[in-house]
Structure formats: structure tokens, C-alpha cells
Write a protein that binds this ligand. Structure first.
Ligand SMILES: Nc1nc2c(c(=O)[nH]1)N[C@H]1C(S)=C(S)[C@@H](COP(=O)(O)O)O[C@H]1N2
Ligand SMILES: [Mo]
Length: 318
């Protein structure tokens, strides 16, 4: 594999990715689509109902952080935004994008609660522009043994945690996805699942600088199928830990239950670190299929992030 990042045509120079230019690009796009024109703002369709992206207002893409650049080719944007696991909509990856239209992400509150001194309610302006937003290119590995390399826009979860000031009893962080069966057609098809989708991390994992709150992808607001308006990205763990469309973050003193662990603790345990030496009970995890090229490549311990995070797992000898 070439030791360079091959930037596809969508990738603007960093200097061009300012909050303002993203805003203007979106306006140009909307104008081209006939959504706005002549300064007339009345009678606009509700964008949340008709597009896959949330309102772009105040979205900050941030500058690319050169410290997070895996030596791998970026995945094709159309594949990253069209091959999705989001069971609230569909279990067929290629259908999710077409089923998110009714999901409203243009008004949002993320509640930060539980064992902390300073509970928070974060609205969209806070989430989209109120933190140290930057772009990071991360490797992404699903438990199903496929992988991608994608540029996320967002900020470190540690920034929210610092604001909330967890109490000393807090040992874990629990995350919850929005639950709106009327807007999420996949929920009724999986009535036995323990909805809402929940996930969790140890507090030290949540505080790790690699753990990102993503609000964008490829320099644009996060598409709904990728977890708009805010999702977690934990690149050294299997993809299901990277919970989408988060409405609640709670500090707890006990390990929280998660949707996947509740369904099958043997196949989807809480920790779920990427580890080529630990097979899934039904398949090997030694290699992975790069979704857009189809290449099979060896899987790396902690998805290639061992240098940064292996110290969190001292009992696993590398
Ligand atoms: N709420 C919610 N979050 C979720 C999922 C889901 O079904 N529901 N799927 C997970 C899985 S299995 C993966 S691989 C990633 C996929 O993220 P992507 O569609 O942005 O690639 O989202 C994770 N987060
Ligand atoms: Mo996954």
C-alpha cells in the first residue's frame, strides 16, 4: 500500500474549510437545488424532512489535524455515506440512506447527566460550533470484518466531560441514541431489540484524546445515515461502540448495559477492542475487507492505534 494519503476530488485545501465557506458552499448548493433564491426565505421546505443532512447553520468543519492521518487511502465518500449500519432504519446497509428522510435532526438537545457536578444540556449551536472542532482521518473497523478510512469533523469527548465535571465515583460513561419509532422505520421490524440503542465506555476510554464526538464527515455536516447531528467515534473499538445520534450521556459508577451486549454478550462484549487474535465466535477477525477497494488486509491490534491506547489495557500482552 502506498505510504501516502490519496485525496479524492472532494477534499478542499485546509484553508478553504472555514465555517464561513462551508456555510456559503451549502447555500450555493441549496440555491442550485432551488431551495432558496432571491433572498426569499418564506415557504422553504423543512430541510430536516427532505434532505439527508441536518441544518448546516453554524457547522464548523475545523482544520485537519495532521497527527491523525493513517497511511491508507481515504474511502470513497459515496460508499461511506451509502453503506451504513443503522438498525433503527434498516438492517440492509445500502437502504439506510433512503430511509432517513423523516428523521428530524434540525432541533436537538444532548443531555449530559448522572454522576457529575455540572449537568449540561447542549443544543445544536453548542455541538456544532462550541468546542475545538477539527478534522481527523481515522480508520474504522466494523465487527463484521469490513473497514473504511474516513475524515471525521468533530471534537474530543474529553471537552464535554471536562465541562460536566464527573464526580470521583464516576467510572463509566453511558450513551443513548434518539428513540423515535415514527421517524425510524427499522425499529418496528426488530421489536425484540432492547431499544433505545445504548453504548458505554470506561471513563478513562471516554477521556482518551482519540475518542471523538463527530458532527461532520468529509468536511460537511454529518449525514443522517451516519448519525446526525452528533455521534461517537472510538476508532480502536469495533464500529458498534461508535453510537449514532446521541441524546444522552450519563456518568455512572457501574458498567452500563449496551444494546449489543444485552442481545449477545459472547459475541458483542462491553470492551470490544479490535483484536485480530480474538475471533468472533462465528468468524475470524484476523483480516478485514476494505469496503471500497475490496482488498483484504490484515487487521491490526486496536485497529492500528496500539501505540496510543494499548496502555489502557495492560493485561493484554502485545
Ligand atoms: N444508534 C446506532 N448507532 C450505531 C449503529 C446502529 O445500528 N444504531 N450501528 C453501529 C455499527 S455496527 C457500525 S459499524 C457503525 C457504522 O457507522 P457508519 O454507518 O457511519 O459507517 O455505527 C454504529 N452505531
Ligand atoms: Mo458494525
Amino acid at each position: 500500500m502506498a505510504n501516502v494519503i490519496v485525496r479524492p476530488p472532494w477534499h478542499l485545501p485546509e484553508s478553504a474549510i472555514t465555517p464561513e465557506s462551508v456555510y456559503h458552499r451549502r447555500r450555493d448548493f441549496l440555491r442550485a437545488m432551488g431551495f432558496i433564491g432571491g433572498g426569499l426565505a418564506v415557504g422553504l421546505p423543512a430541510l430536516g424532512e427532505t434532505t439527508n443532512a441536518p441544518s448546516g447553520k453554524a457547522f464548523s468543519a475545523g482544520k485537519r489535524n495532521p497527527d491523525f492521518n493513517p497511511t491508507a487511502r481515504l474511502s470513497n465518500e459515496d460508499i461511506a455515506t451509502g453503506y451504513n449500519n443503522y438498525y433503527e432504519f434498516s438492517t440492509t446497509k445500502t437502504r439506510v440512506r433512503d430511509l432517513v428522510g423523516r428523521f428530524r435532526t434540525d432541533a436537538w438537545t444532548l443531555e449530559v447527566t448522572g454522576l457529575c457536578e455540572n449537568p449540561l444540556k447542549l443544543g445544536l449551536p453548542d455541538l456544532l460550533g462550541g468546542f475545538s472542532h477539527e478534522e481527523r482521518v481515522y480508520r474504522f473497523r466494523c465487527v463484521e470484518a469490513w473497514s473504511m478510512v474516513v475524515p471525521w469533523n468533530g471534537f474530543q469527548l474529553s471537552e464535554i466531560i471536562a465541562k460536566a465535571k464527573p464526580k470521583s465515583e464516576a467510572k463509566f460513561v453511558a450513551f443513548t441514541t434518539a428513540l423515535r419509532p415514527e421517524e425510524m422505520p427499522g425499529i418496528a421490524r426488530l421489536p425484540d431489540y432492547p431499544w433505545p440503542y445504548t453504548e458505554g465506555l470506561r471513563l478513562d476510554e471516554a477521556l482518551h484524546p482519540l475518542t471523538l464526538v463527530a458532527t461532520g464527515l468529509y468536511g460537511k455536516p454529518l449525514p443522517k445515515q451516519n448519525g446526525a447531528p452528533v455521534r461517537l467515534v472510538v476508532p480502536w473499538k469495533y464500529g458498534y461502540k461508535s453510537i449514532k445520534s446521541i441524546v444522552r450521556i450519563e456518568f455512572t459508577n457501574k458498567q452500563p448495559s449496551t444494546l449489543w451486549e444485552t442481545l449477545n454478550p459472547r459475541e458483542y462484549p462491553f470492551e470490544s477492542n479490535v483484536d485480530p487474535q480474538v475471533p468472533h465466535p462465528r468468524w475470524s477477525q484476523a483480516s478485514e475487507r476494505v469496503v471500497d477497494t475490496g482488498d483484504r488486509i490484515p487487521t491490526q491490534y486496536l485497529n492500528g492505534y496500539a501505540e496510543l491506547v494499548a496502555k489502557l489495557y495492560p493485561s493484554r500482552k502485545v
